[in-house]
Write a new protein. Structure first.
Length: 243
């Protein structure tokens, strides 16, 4: 294997012979709270690679441009090389996590419209919430890119919400990352997995921790993390076959 180009908390990026193509390897390592909590989730690399591959293909079918090319092995995804914008784009349908902590909204509150929020991808600052003007002043994106990001995030939410609902899973919220290719096209990048989404099982009772099928099981020490990730994969794969 060639020299690593970059190693993050959950993935390693390798170069390939083609400068326009990169290889992403998904790791079993799990971190939370800006890497203050660390662990491993068995099979996570393979599961998140598979789930992300399926969701990127689903979105491509709906006309959303992504960095996805193919999945050459269980833990690896070939992707188009992009320059990642230093923004985390979070879409929320239901109040949970930092939205509840920072606004006092009760967990589980249905939001009247999907909330799109931008966070600064900067570990040393703790990934703070940004405003439109802060983004422009910091040159993190142009106004035109911001509008594109907002529209793409909302379209992705519509497609994913419907698909997860067909899997009997409620898409509470999720985080997206975008990058620019050599022609300045904005592509959806990174991953979409139980590490980056809040997913609640519709077959479990409301307000029970049993419904949690995502990284909150690891963050809150709820146990059965692997089983939950496996179950998301199983439902997604069988639903994807029907699309
Ligand atoms: O923590 P918060 O409630 O703001 O997270 C919103 C959503 O974004 C959650 O689904 C969480 O898993 C995801 N997220 C992420 N990576 C981060 C921060 C949040 O995937 N660095």
């Amino acid at each position: 294997m060639e020299q690593k180009l970059y190693e993050g908390k959950a993935k390693i990026i390798y170069p390939t012979d083609n400068p326009n193509i990169l290889l992403t390897e998904f790791k079993d390592d799990a971190t939370a709270f800006n890497a203050q909590k660390r662990g491993t989730i068995e099979q996570k690399g393979e599961i998140n690679c598979k789930i992300s591959s399926v969701l990127f293909q689903l979105l491509e079918k709906q006309g959303i441009a992504t960095h996805y090319i193919d999945q050459p092995s269980a833990k690896q995804m070939r992707v188009k090389a992009v320059t990642i914008l230093p923004l985390e784009v979070v879409v929320r349908n239901i109040a949970a996590g930092s939205l509840c902590r920072e606004t006092g909204l009760e967990e589980g509150t249905n939001l009247p419209f999907p909330l799109v929020e931008f966070y600064y991808k900067k570990d040393e600052l703790g990934d703070p919430l940004l405003t439109r003007d802060r983004i422009l002043i910091l040159n993190l994106a142009t106004l035109n890119q911001l509008e594109q990001l907002q529209n793409k995030a909302l379209a992705i939410n519509t497609h994913l919400k419907t698909f997860f609902n067909d899997c009997k899973i409620t898409l509470v919220d999720f985080k997206l990352e975008f990058g620019l290719d050599s022609e300045q096209n904005l592509l959806l990048a990174d991953e979409i997995s139980p590490d980056t989404c809040r997913l609640w099982d519709q077959s479990q009772s409301e307000e029970s921790d049993d419904r949690v099928m995502d990284k909150d099981r690891f963050r809150k020490d709820l146990g059965n993390v692997e089983n939950a990730y496996q179950e998301v994969q199983t439902r997604i794969l069988s639903q994807f076959k029907l699309t």
